[in-house]
Write a protein that binds this ligand. Structure first.
Ligand code: SF4
Ligand code: SF4
Length: 337
């Protein structure tokens, strides 16, 4: 498999990275089968997080024998140093390793800088050899840019796909200029982009970008292995698909990042605010169950506290968007009952 050097880390990672969030949803044995197949096919870059329940444990269980041949990135969402050290210890234990290649701050609301206790803890962890490189993940353009310009981060993990904005592209270029490794998350926009081939060949145009493809099934993995072997061409048909996706998924479009959570009345905002698209772009049956109907009706309890919109990195008017989604949802359910 083709590899690139990730920014100035010196780490040589495959251009197909393995996003290990979805393996939380499969059994330990199935995760092992998928992870070993990924490794044997040549994938050497695995991205997980302390927040992804047993994902780290599954990686440790499947790949500890070949630890020295793989590159592991994981994340901490600690808000204080005590939790930082606890999480780091747990991650090392789960991953059955004594070092993490890239340790990332997981979507912090503000970028930890030199002198901040959390950033200092990262530096200490690096000095102790527990982590090799310091990274950050974020959904906010401002935070992403600050992190890259600070010179304190060796990698940035940021949403990037064919519906990304000009602003997002600016970050991709900035990372290249500053030799910061760019790890692309949400390459399929959390399931809203349904044509993986198109997304793949769009991202393939950026040789310094490493997408981590969220993989839950062996057939999804096989698809990416095949795409890597024979990268598709970004032809006119695919360009038209990109234009269509951009048209449909633009403006007040929720990316499902979850920054707005928790909601005081328990509205599952990251899914509810994208419901219109999920119903039409993914198999809709799982979203029209009694359980989901009840969850969507929680939107009626919104107290308009605006906590969600204040936290939204995309500056969405979330309460208004949710109301629009509920109206559309009720009609969809009526027509598909
Ligand atoms: S404005 Fe409504 S949806 Fe947003 S956090 Fe408050 S209650 Fe929840
Ligand atoms: S409303 Fe905004 S903050 Fe909440 S999930 Fe959607 S994009 Fe993220």
């Amino acid at each position: 498999m083709r590899k690139i050097i990730l920014g100035n880390t010196g780490l040589e990672v495959t251009r197909v990275g393995f996003g290990a969030l979805p393996i939380q949803r499969v059994s330990m044995d199935e995760a092992k089968r998928i992870l070993i197949r990924a490794y044997e096919s040549g994938i050497n870059f695995f991205d997980t997080a302390r927040a992804y329940s047993d994902s780290e444990e599954k990686i440790g269980n499947a790949l500890s024998d070949v630890r020295k041949n793989i590159i592991i990135a994981t994340k901490t969402n600690a808000k204080d140093t005590k939790t930082f050290w606890q999480q780091l210890e747990t991650s090392l234990e789960n991953l059955k390793t004594d070092y993490i290649d890239i340790y990332q701050f997981h979507n912090p609301k503000a970028v930890p800088m030199q002198g901040d206790e959390l950033y200092d803890a990262m530096l200490q962890a690096k000095q102790k050899g527990l982590i090799r490189h310091i990274g950050i993940t974020n959904h906010s353009f401002e935070n992403g840019k600050n992190a890259v310009l600070s010179g304190l981060y060796e990698t940035l993990q940021y949403p990037f796909n064919h519906i990304s904005s000009e602003e997002d592209l600016e970050l991709v270029t900035l990372c290249k200029e500053k030799s910061v490794g760019f790890i692309a998350m949400k390459a399929l926009s959390g399931g809203l982009i349904t044509n993986a081939e198109t997304s793949f060949c769009y991202l393939w145009q950026y040789p310094h970008v490493v997408p981590i493809w969220g993989i839950q099934r062996i057939n999804e993995l096989e698809q990416f292995i095949e795409l890597e072997k024979n990268p598709p061409v970004l032809d006119e048909t695919r360009k038209k698909l990109i234009e269509q996706d951009k048209k449909e998924l633009s403006g007040s479009f929720c990316r499902g990042c979850g920054y707005c959570m928790p909601c005081p009345v328990d509205i599952p905002i990251p899914t509810a605010a994208r419901m219109k698209f999920l119903l039409r772009r993914a198999p809709y049956q799982k979203f029209v169950t009694k359980e989901w109907q009840d969850k969507m009706e929680l939107i009626g309890n919104c107290i308009e506290c605006n906590q969600c919109s204040c936290q939204c990195p995309y500056h969405l008017d979330t309460p208004a968007l949710l109301k629009e989604m509920l109206e559309d949802y009720r009609e969809f359910v009526r027509n598909h009952a």
